[in-house]
Design a protein around this ligand. Structure first.
Ligand code: X15
Length: 267
């Protein structure tokens, strides 16, 4: 079965004129559930997040007849567990998975671990929305007094991060810049015919969308990415150009409701 799938994928790679790329934000994490800023804190998936990886992400990918030759993910467990669940559901656990710290969520600095509504009560909604969505807005740097400081500094999953690049806080702009070297690898694989899934985080998906579609700083500030909803692009393999706008896979009403939930400060 595995050999058959491998040969079929090689043949289809050889014949294809266009290729699709799927971007995905991981399932709901325990911090998403508590409406807390998470960033580089390594929060696990919530129970609902695990279920959504199966019942929303994997199901929609299967319904769209998508298969993968490679998955790119971050070094954070919420993205890695989502990847494992999806590949298992798709009976594709043999697919190689490459994890990269450059695909980690934006480091939310000293907001890490705090509830978004509480931060909004303290600093005002406009300031919190500016930290969340303005392209160049930097949250305050994390300090050793933050309860998650040492857990982040000492997380062995970040051992590949060069010491001089280990962030204390990041704007979306900084996050986008560090994602780009991996985007070059992803694009190369995709234009060589590999069917690629990128299972990552809200800000990283937005950074990739901004880059792929050439969106302005203003336009990307209005884009919000729900958990576990696959975003699909199609590219011309010869020219590398995008041939269709991004499409979401899934129920439009569900996607609309979840997108609005992500955009709001929440409770
Ligand atoms: O860690 C986070 O993103 P993730 O859940 O995609 O990993 C952020 O806390 C999401 O918050 P935001 O939607 O205010 O950027």
């Amino acid at each position: 079965m595995v050999i058959f799938k491998f040969l079929r994928s090689k043949l289809s790679q050889f014949m294809m004129k266009t290729n699709r790329l799927v971007l995905l934000r991981h399932g709901e994490s325990e911090f998403n559930q508590l409406n807390k800023f998470c960033g580089w804190h390594d929060a696990p998936l919530s129970k609902g997040g695990m279920e959504d990886a199966r019942k929303i992400a994997a199901l929609n990918l299967l319904n769209a007849n998508l298969e993968f030759d490679k998955v790119y993910t971050s070094t954070l467990c919420r993205a890695q567990t989502t990847t494992d669940i999806i590949l298992r559901e798709m009976k594709s656990s043999f697919v190689p998975v490459e994890s990269h710290w450059r695909l980690n969520e934006r480091h939310y600095g000293n907001l890490t671990g705090f509830n978004k509504r509480q931060m909004s009560d303290q600093y005002g909604e406009a300031q919190v929305q500016n930290w969340r969505r303005a392209f160049d807005s930097m949250p305050p740097s994390i300090t050793p007094q933050n309860p998650y400081y040492f857990g982040i500094r000492n997380n062995p999953s970040f051992s590949d991060v060069p010491a001089d690049q280990f962030p204390f806080a990041e704007s979306m702009h900084m996050c986008s810049d560090r994602v780009l070297p991996v985007w070059d690898e992803i694009k190369k694989d995709m234009l060589n015919g590999k069917r690629v899934l990128v299972c990552t985080h809200g800000t990283v998906v937005r950074a990739l969308i901004k880059h792929i579609e050439g969106l302005s700083d203003e336009a990307i500030s209005k884009v919000n990415i729900p958990n576990c909803v696959p975003c699909v692009y199609e590219f011309d393999i010869k020219t590398g150009k995008l041939i269709s706008p991004m499409t979401y896979l899934g129920d439009p009403e569900y996607i609309k409701a979840k997108t609005e939930q992500v955009a709001s400060i929440g409770n």
